[in-house]
Design a protein around this ligand. Sequence first.
Ligand code: UD1
Length: 339
Amino acid sequence: MKVLVTGGLGFIGSHTVVELQKKGYEVVIIDDLSNSSIEVLVGITAITGKTPLFEQLDLKEKSKVESFFETHKDIGGVIHFAASKAVGESVEKPLLYYENNLNTLIYMLKSVLQLETSNFIFSSSCTVYGQADMMPITERAPTKPAESPYGNTKQIGEEILIDTCKVNPKLNTISLRYFNPIGAHPSAKIGELPIGVPQNLVPFITQTAAGLRKELSVFGNDYPTPDGTCIRDYIHVVDLANAHVIALERLVNGKNNYNYETYNVGTGKGSTVLEVIHSFEKVSGKKVPYKFAPRRKGDVIQAYADTTKANNELGWQATSSLDEAMRSAWKWEQHIRNI
Ligand code: UD1
């Protein structure tokens, strides 16, 4: 079966392409290379021995998207990663985010509805829950007003899908709400490639250990948590990639209960920022210089998943520990820095 992966050269997309190919799917990637590199295609090929089809295309170019689908009428499933994802940038450039993340989703859905089978996996985020009232967070937790235009595009994206599914019974969709994806492929042939100064914790840690950054700022040590730092649910990117393949198979095999479903994708375990640093230091043998800094605007105190629904209905669960994820992140950083 042919699967379209938009944003397939990005961090989560590239790992998902590998898992799809390993299971025998024929993969076509669309990516505009705005936040990714063509080198990733080389990494994917080195892991799987197969080069996926690749189209460099900006999904905002509606007519090009339409003609792409004209030549690929046999697509049996779409996994839609392509989107802008920098929270801070989204505050500065809201229209860019609404255009990139929502117009493209609408164009994709219009084309997907023309296919014989319309199976669609959407990249959502735990950011839709805001600071949830109860931990761990179930899918029934209410969504809260988004802290950023980026977060809002995920909420509106889900709403677009809900409304579209209601009137199009042939459209089968799953939104996966990711917690904090980290790590890299164990081969260190693909991984995260942040542009400029990393905003996320784990790439900042690995770049600090590699000597690119002087020290890490830990944002806030006065939160009501055991060590005063924020709690998140860090999930290995390969586990997350597998969740996409399993979710797609649920749709392809007609196992879904509804034509719109959501699943949390996390480990179910919360870790503080200091625990993440200590895990990294343990597996790498490197010290991470850090200082405590003021709280970062928009950060929630804690967010970790209740994964019961994904465990029971998808038959999926995360298998990698925080240590394993940190080890793979460090191996990748060493690979790209030639350390
Ligand atoms: C953010 C996004 C989320 C997105 C995810 C992608 C928000 C509110 N959420 O999650 O939607 O899916 O990135 O991975 O922006 N930290 C430090 N020092 C640093 C960097 C981070 O102490 O230099 C702390 C943060 O305060 C936070 C934790 O590390 O407590 C994780 O931060 P980060 O990796 O940026 O992820 P989130 O903010 O949880």
